[in-house]
Design a protein around this ligand. Structure first.
Ligand code: PEP
Ligand code: MG
Length: 588
């Protein structure tokens, strides 16, 4: 059978983009776009019938939302599903329902017109509000309004994703991506976005093959087109021919067999052939992923991105809600541990504060924003401390650039400990506190900063963006986002060497650790632990178990002397060919 290169040479029915989440899938396209509803504003004669129709549509909308709420609770937990509960409350609001009913009777117009007009009035008020929170709620209401109107028009709920569809969209927010858990979407394709945009990270976590940054997929693809996503190579075939379908069906079967084999590694240690043990941990974005973490055999959670909670519930969770979420995860993972990262708000994540920044990635982000909003930070610190009673919780600070930030954070932690002590609330007095190394200034100062904390965790997603001056989510410059650039490799080596001088553990939790090609190099550089998306755990473990640490060290030394990304990649590829039987990066 022809190989992929050969197929591409003889085909024109494909698009290329960035391979954002590995895997292969075949399915029908669902083009995700906001639908414009046509509103009938004519007069009516049957007023009573119109009122009945309105109440029936309300009831149907409530029923639909209750179903979504139930599913969301099951998948994401109660706190995160609360947003749907709020929608249900709006549908139950007696003032709103009363106003609409009265207006139908008085104005004698189609109920869909009155619903649109009345709810839009509320929305305009909310859009005009200065708080960002109110603006977001106004968008929520748009969904509710459209739901009632569609039910009045007795139309199918079209923005519900059809079973096993491939979602095609201009862009996807992290929240959009999370909502796909609710449906059985089998993959997604976007026009924009880069490898480490959060939507892409979530897709990897949820095991959905994805190709992003295609520029024009949403124009070229129409609803119902048969698509093949090759998430390994960043290729999308549109309406594949018989040969292409046969090729990919066989590849999917082969992949399934490999996955079965990887399953067998679940209880085996992540240890090199010559006995170096690597702590292989999982990154968790949504608490629902915890089952996946456990079934994939991770030795704990190396990064829990708490800002995703805000993304999902649409507001800051209070202390009790946070204690509930963190304790649940800590209990589930026990006796292994969980590293909870403080809210990393700003940049491309969680626009909760209405900040007008010209360069948000260089602005009030991560610990900078938390220290500016101390009360918020204190609530989170207290919640993390309260969840730490079984001594398996670590706390991690994102986007650190100065020593001052570390010292101020430690002071706040001490103050929160004293408060809890006075309130006789139990917590782990020795809670480990670490920092993320994602900013070049922190990388350079690793030894001094490490002396202040219990561990370092390298966030390569941001570190590469700041080292190379490349926006991690911008597909126009994605070729400059080079994880194997010599400056990246030398910086990683510097962090490990300097961090260890201060006797702390050094790990990596950026996406680079999930790249099979990077694994021998990272192990050779001396990293103690790797934290990756749950779905990447088996393949990373397989690579570690096939490695000789002594040879990996030599590989790292060799790469540290090279001066271009191409040379480094070539050297690692040769290493795989000479030393490792199977390479999973180019499994196809
Ligand atoms: C990173 O920057 O590598 C990281 C793990 O953090 P995030 O992707 O959440 O910014
Ligand atoms: Mg980061």
């Amino acid at each position: 059978m022809k190989g992929l290169k050969e197929i591409l040479k003889h085909s024109a029915n494909y698009l290329t983009g960035i391979a954002a989440a590995p895997g292969l899938t075949i399915g029908n396209a669902y083009v995700f776009a906001k639908e414009v509803l046509q509103i009938n504003n004519s007069e009516i004669t049957e007023v009573d019938e119109a009122v009945t129709l309105f109440h029936e549509a309300l009831e149907k909308s409530q029923k639909e939302l209750r179903k979504i709420f139930g599913f969301a609770k099951e998948k994401m937990g109660e706190a995160r599903a609360a947003i749907f509960e709020a929608h249900l409350m709006i549908l139950d609001d007696p003032v709103l329902i009363g106003n609409i009913t009265e207006r139908i009777k008085k104005e004698k117009k189609f109920p869909e017109f009155i619903v649109d007009d009345e709810i839009s009035k509320y929305q305009q008020l909310m859009f005009g509000a200065s708080e960002h929170y109110m603006k977001e709620r106004a968008l929520d209401i748009e969904d509710i309004k459209n739901r009632i109107i569609r039910n009045l028009q007795k139309k199918r709920w079209q923005s519900k994703i059809p079973l096993e569809a491939i979602v095609v969209s201009g862009n996807l927010t992290p929240a959009d991506t999370i909502l796909f858990i609710k449906s059985s979407a089998v993959g997604y394709i976007t026009d924009h976005g880069g490898l480490t945009s959060h939507a892409a990270i979530i897709a990897r976590s949820l095991n959905l093959p994805a190709v992003v940054g295609t520029h024009n997929a949403s124009e070229k693809i129409i609803d119902g087109d048969l698509l093949v996503i090759d998430g390994f190579h960043g290729i999308v075939f549109i309406n594949p021919d018989e040969h292409q379908i046969k090729y990919f069906t066989e590849k999917i079967k082969h992949l399934f067999e490999i996955n079965e084999e990887l399953q067998g590694l679940k209880d085996k240690p992540a240890e090199t052939l010559d006995g170096r043990k690597i702590n292989l941990l999982a990154n968790v974005d949504v608490s629902g992923e915890i089952d996946l973490v456990i079934t994939k055999g991770a030795k704990g959670i190396g990064l829990f991105r708490t800002e995703q909670i805000i993304e999902e519930i649409g507001e800051f969770p209070d202390e009790e809600e946070q204690v509930k979420i963190y304790s649940k995860l800590a209990d589930r993972i026990y006796p292994e541990s969980i590293t909870i990262r403080a809210f990393d708000i700003g940049g491309d994540k969680v626009r909760q504060f209405d900040l007008q920044e010209a360069n948000p990635f260089l602005g009030l982000r991560g610990v900078r924003l938390l220290l500016e909003n101390e009360s918020l930070f204190r609530i989170q610190i207290r919640a993390v401390l309260r969840a730490s009673i079984h001594k398996n919780v670590n706390f991690m600070i994102p986007m650190v650039s100065t020593l001052q930030e570390i010292k101020k954070t430690k002071l706040l932690i001490d103050e929160c400990k004293a408060e809890l002590h006075n309130e006789k609330i139990p917590f782990d007095k020795h809670l480990k506190v670490g920092i993320m190394i994602e900013v070049p200034s922190a990388a350079v100062m690793s030894r001094e900063y490490a002396a202040e904390v219990d561990f370092l965790s390298i966030g390569t997603n941001d570190l590469i963006q700041y080292l190379m001056a490349v926006d991690r989510g911008n597909d126009y410059v994605s070729d400059l986002y080079q994880e194997f650039h010599p400056s990246v490799i030398r910086t990683l080596s510097h962090i490990v060497i300097e961090g260890k001088k201060s006797k702390v553990m050094v790990s990596i939790c950026g996406e680079m650790a999930a790249d099979t090609l990077a694994v021998p190099l990272l192990v050779g550089l001396g990293l103690d632990s790797l934290s990756v998306s749950p779905s990447a755990i088996p393949s990373v473990k397989r690579t570690i178990r096939a490695l000789d640490y002594s040879k990996a060290k030599k590989l790292a030394e060799e790469c540290l002397n090279l001066s271009s990304e191409e040379e480094i990649i070539k050297t690692i590829e040769k290493f795989f060919k000479d030393n490792l039987i199977q390479r999973t990066r180019n499994i196809l």
